[in-house]
Design a protein around this ligand. Sequence first.
Ligand code: ADP
Length: 470
Amino acid sequence: MCLRTLRSLRHTLALRLTLWYGGIFAVSSTLAFALAFLLIAEVVREHTDEDLREDLQEYAAFMRLGGLDRVRTEMSVDAEGGEGHQVFFRLWRTDGRQLVATDLSAWAGLSEPKDLSARFADSDEPILETLALPWREHKVRVIHGPIAPGMVLQIGESLEDDEEFMAALFQGFLIVLAAIVAFGGPIGWFMARRALRGVQAITRTATEIAHGNLDRRVEVRAQGDELDALARTFNLMLDRIHALIIGMREMTDNLAHDLRSPLGRIRAAAEMILTDNGSKAEAEAMVATTAEECDRLLEMINTTLDIAEAESGAALLKLVEFDLVELVGDAVELFQPLAEDKQVTIAVDLPDACRIRGDRQRLQRVVANLLDNAVKYTPVGGRVTIELDDQGEWLKLSIQDTGVGISPAETARIFERFYRCDRSRSELGNGLGLSLALAFVRIHGGDIAVDSVPEQGSTFTILLPRPRPA
Ligand code: ADP
């Protein structure tokens, strides 16, 4: 069980983040400490060298002021007692003869300096070096330098204090580094888990949704961070999917409902023909009705597919440049006989021409659908007016009627698939005309607006973007 938990932990982002950040933090801390350590070691060494240089200058002054005796006295004072283990002095002549030296019993293995005359022939600059003596635990820093003509003083100082200081510092760094690694891991784990809590919430919600609970939403905290933005976008996406599913459900319900009656009629007609009771003429009339019903069904299915294709963005537009005025004129001509039958007047107010770039066939269906509705829902003696207004960036084609009108509540729904207002049920139709018109206008980058007053009439306005210069 424990092993399985560990194995599943291995795949968590939180653990990977913790390890990455922990690792990067530990490596960068080690590098920073190493750099600090080297810099401090350098400063400490500089400081020791400076001390030795100052000592050398002091002895040069003693020599000037009090000669060899003074130098001897000062040496024995400086190397007195315990100091004899920390520092030694040797005064040499440049020919290699030792003049004075402090007690060297604690400095076994110390060799004699060579070629003093050659080393200081051209320069009085002191020479510094570090020695490792066989019987001493700590290294020794030694300075050689002339303090009078022909005399070279050698001062050696144990680096015990410096080395102990650096060792203590190193130990301190190690402790801090160990603490960083020890506490950094759990703190990093805690932080990563905290930061990823929002992601877990989204995952939980997504899982619930996957199990069928479509109403679930992710809680959006008020922090305004990336996870909040993700949660908000996720919820928006869910709202959209939910709306689409409801839309699809409604559409399939409506489709099934609308298919049932014509299919029933077709079946009844077929049965009657089969019973063979009627005359040949009656049978032929029934076959013709059945064919008509089939055509209506096919048209309904094809229109539904056309709308779906346009709304999904899969429709391929056949863009051509044409005259919109001519297209509207053709449509008016087509509906004129129908309008005359109903004693509905069609009036047009169009410019001479209006070039537009679009899918001619689809826009033809848009205008035909709106004009068909206007004539269909306008009672005898009414009037339909078509106007085209060129507004620069937009073209406004409005189809106004003095028909039955649409109530505000129904206006909001008339573009839904299969929606038909109650009062229009007596007219032929399937409730798809406006959905198709809107879908086709929208793929052209346009829109349709409606303005209607019940019992007075409606105005449908198609807005189309102006053709851009080729
Ligand atoms: P259909 O006309 O086939 O019923 P549409 O999608 O073209 O379907 O129209 C949807 C509904 O909008 C119609 O059933 C009708 O109630 C209403 N409608 C559309 N155009 C008009 C109009 N010009 N005047 C009044 N009502 C209209």
